[in-house]
Design a protein around this ligand. Structure first.
Ligand SMILES: [Mg+2]
Length: 249
């Protein structure tokens, strides 16, 4: 099986055998494969799939559960090639341009909330289950996000991390964040027992409300899912990172 076939197989597997939040996707920033060889994206598929991606990234499509069969090569090409990194760079640039317009509090009361998976870290494709993958704690940083994270810190913005991962994964999550180059966040929120079963939008809104109740102003929020960004206690500006691989309600 060549690398591209491997990516497609795992993409398909992850989307057919697991829940939306359990996909294991490698974004091989350090081992990018050239997409050559025995497959080509047909021109009409490429056009359709670019439009499909626009539809899901803007959330015009609403909830979706699988990548259209004709778009699997397109999505593989997108996430393993330069476009995903380029799109992420543009998001980070827009985020930085916004926060530079804010007169950041010297008391550390201006906050930014980051999701983790496909936002700060890029997941690793492998044959493990999601939890086994979390245990490995070796997902690399999404480069644009790491750069922006550090720029926020230089500006004096207080950083909160808010993930749908479970509390029992705290140690592995911290280990992975440090491994990837992140440090000095204010707090890391994971799903505790009272958060189980809540939609991500509700769970994340409640945690943002808690942050606001502590006197912080959430200037910005970054996430690859609309459920990272919508609901209540939303940030003044929300920044959606690309993710054409799965949808979490
Ligand atoms: Mg995420």
């Amino acid at each position: 099986m060549n690398p591209t076939q491997y990516v497609v197989a795992l993409l398909t597997l992850s989307l057919t055998t697991t829940s939306f939040s359990q996909s294991i996707i490698q974004l091989p920033t350090r081992h990018r494969h050239p997409l050559t060889g025995n497959r080509r994206i047909r021109a009409d598929d490429s056009l359709y799939c670019a439009s499909w991606r626009f539809s899901i990234e803007t959330n015009n499509a609403g909830a979706w559960s699988s990548i259209p069969a004709r778009c699997q090569d397109y999505v593989t090409d997108y996430v393993t090639g330069d476009r995903y990194l380029s799109d992420s760079d543009v998001v980070a640039g827009d985020s930085l341009a916004f926060i530079k317009t804010v007169n950041v509090s010297t008391e550390g009361k201006d906050a930014w909330v980051f999701d983790i998976d496909e936002t700060l870290l890029s997941e690793i494709f492998n044959s493990n289950t999601y939890n086994e993958w979390v245990d490995l704690a070796e997902a690399p940083a999404l480069p644009a996000s790491l750069r922006f994270y550090k720029e926020l810190q230089e500006l004096g913005v207080t950083i909160f991390l808010l993930t749908g991962r479970d509390e029992f994964q705290r140690n592995d999550t911290v280990k992975n964040l440090v491994y990837a180059g992140y440090s000095n966040w204010e707090r890391l929120f994971l799903r505790g027992p009272s958060d189980e079963g809540k939609l991500a939008t509700v769970y994340k809104s409640e945690k943002r409300m808690q942050i606001e109740d502590e006197g912080y102003t959430i200037q910005g929020s970054s996430g690859d899912q609309w459920s990272d960004l919508q609901g209540f206690a939303v940030a003044k500006r929300s920044f959606k990172l690309p993710n054409p691989m799965y949808y979490i309600a």
